[in-house]
Design a protein around this ligand. Structure first.
Ligand code: NAD
Ligand code: TYD
Length: 338
């Protein structure tokens, strides 16, 4: 039986996927959304601008690790969906501490707060990276958790805490594990928006190692619908994979970007590989499909539309890329790699 909700707290909703999810709740399901977000370097109120002023929408700035502030913001909400996280693998290699604070301690405090408030459903948004390298076949939800980076290790800890809260305290919490997501509004530190915006700026595209690592690409709207399906239909204590079914090597992604923006292969710069770099992710999403979800965006259409979005929305990413958080990161990470 599908659950219904009237007001949902969307933690981390000023980021990439969370902002699309808040819009989906509000516009497609008529459910009020309270976006609760710390506004780290990755949080961006521009992502929510079109919802500002909607009576069903509210924004509260706060940290998921601050239980008191979270409890106040969640007052009157009947569900919590947690997108809030530190999310970039390379930053987790350079500086893991913040990942433990938010993805582990923050996730724990969020679940503890949900328990104390008697929240009707919690969805902990996680990632396929908790399975680590998948050399062959596709990971289902029972696949061993063998995370490789401080990011994926901290996300795996969040998953395990969610299952412990479900079993020990009967918290009605589900975990979703999405694959690599792409689309409008993604912070330009991740592969696709970094390469597209670098190309638009006339900068090189820094491809790690041999570029033959494979990822399973999922459009952000399909990811948001997958999380919504789990919110409405997911069984507490269960994990659900949300995979796009579009495996591509990083070289293939790079070639599409070069072709779409009419650039030569010399725009690519081969740089030192990421330490601990996972070669391949691949998800079996049949469990979520039994709840009626399937990805709707064809990859070729989705990537073309996404490249065009960054071309047509320069102000959105130029503001980010000219800011201190981005330029300091670029100097710190890429200077030593080129
Ligand atoms: P993002 O980095 O774009 O956004 C994260 C948001 O969380 C930001 O708005 C940030 O301000 C907020 N935040 C960070 N720490 C916080 C804290 N302590 N308290 C409150 N807010 C905080 O991330 P995204 O790509 O939208 O990812 C969202 C979720 O989906 C994450 O949990 C991530 O692990 C998961 N995920 C992402 C992908 C992907 O490819 N992007 C794939 C699978 C799963
Ligand atoms: P990323 O978008 O960081 O996602 P994740 O590491 O979570 O999968 O990276 C996607 C792939 O692109 C990954 O194999 C690393 C590679 N990559 C590059 O080759 N160059 C880059 O500058 C970045 C950021 C990523």
């Amino acid at each position: 039986m599908a659950q219904t909700f009237s007001k949902v707290l969307v933690a981390g909703g000023a980021g990439f996927i969370g902002s699309h999810f808040a819009r989906l709740l509000l516009r497609e399901h008529g459910i009020a959304a309270v976006v609760y977000d710390k506004l780290t370097y990755a949080g961006n109120l521009d992502n929510l601008a079109d919802m500002d002023g909607d009576p069903g929408f509210a924004f509260v700035q706060g940290d998921i690790a601050d239980a008191g502030a979270l409890a106040l913001a969640a007052h009157g909400c009947d569900a919590i969906v947690n997108f809030a996280a530190e999310t970039h693998v390379d930053r987790s290699i350079a500086d893991p501490e913040a990942f433990l604070e938010t993805d582990v301690t923050g996730t724990y405090r969020l679940m503890q707060t949900a328990l104390e408030l008697g929240i009707g459903k919690v969805v902990q948004v996680s990632t396929d990276e908790v399975y680590g390298d998948v050399a062959a076949g596709s990971a289902d939800e029972d696949w061993p958790l063998v995370p490789s980076s401080p990011y994926s290790a901290s996300k795996a800890a969040g998953d395990l805490l969610a299952f412990a809260f479900a079993r020990t305290y009967r918290l009605p919490v589900c975990v979703t594990r999405g694959s690599n997501t792409y689309g409008p509004n993604q912070y330009p530190e991740k592969l696709i928006p970094l390469f597209v915006t670098n190309a638009l700026e006339g900068l090189s595209l820094p491809l790690y190692g041999d570029g033959l690592q494979r990822r399973d690409w999922l459009h952000v709207e399909d990811h948001a619908r997958g999380v919504a399906t789990v919110l409405f239909e997911g069984e507490p204590g269960q994990a659900y994979n949300v995979g796009g079914g579009n495996e591509r090597t990083n070289r293939e992604i790079t070639d599409i970007i070069l072709r779409e923006l009419d650039l030569p292969a010399s725009a690519v710069k081969h740089v030192e590989d990421r330490p601990g770099h996972d070669r391949r992710y691949s998800l079996d999403s049949s469990k979520l499909k039994t709840l009626g979800w399937q990805p709707l965006m064809a990859f070729e259409r989705g990537i073309t539309q996404t490249i065009r979005w960054y071309r047509d929305n320069r102000a959105w990413w130029e503001r980010i890329k000219s800011g201190e958080a981005f330029t300091q990161w670029r100097e710190r990470w890429y200077a030593g790699r080129e």
